[in-house]
Design a protein around this ligand. Structure first.
Ligand code: IDP
Ligand code: MG
Length: 137
């Protein structure tokens, strides 16, 4: 079984969408191996989005993810990384298909509801950024 990391972004948390998003993953059959609410500080935001440091939207992205509490979780299931990304939909919500999370709940690219790891290497890196070994149950 494969593990992936997801994070429900502050805008979605403040809109009361935690249950909706987690419910979709649960109903699909993923197991929740870890979950917590936290405030992401600037340092963690920079580590998380390290690959985007040189992008012109980096400051806006860090500002957005640090703007309020987030819900971080580790999901486990067959091909979890790919399947979760499919359920999330395209990065740009205006291009995301209806039926996907980003396609059903928003229109803003920076506040596009949910983050999900995009490869086995990023899943391993992101799980370790947000969770210690003993928090995976
Ligand atoms: P992903 O979240 O679908 O993996 P990435 O390319 O890794 O997309 O970008 C990380 C996050 O940065 C996106 O989820 C989105 O919130 C934001 N983002 C990506 N591209 C743009 C852009 O062109 N303008 C503003 N924000 C962007
Ligand atoms: Mg990404």
């Amino acid at each position: 079984m494969e593990k992936t990391f997801i994070l429900i972004k502050p805008g979605a948390v403040s809109r009361g969408l935690i249950g909706e998003v987690i419910g979709r993953f649960e109903r699909r059959g993923f197991r929740i191996r870890a979950m917590k609410m936290l405030r992401v500080d600037n340092e963690l935001a920079g580590d998380h989005y390290d690959e985007h440091r040189e992008k012109d939207f980096f400051d806006e992205l860090v500002g957005s993810i640090t703007s309020g509490p987030v819900l971080a979780a580790v999901l486990e299931g067959p091909e979890a990384i790919t399947v979760v990304r499919k359920m999330m939909g395209s990065t740009n919500p205006m291009a995301a298909e209806p039926g996907t999370i980003r396609g059903d709940f928003g229109l803003e690219i920076v506040a596009n509801i949910v983050h999900g790891s995009d490869s086995p290497a990023s899943a391993e890196r992101e799980i370790a950024l947000y969770f210690s070994e003993d928090e995976l149950v």
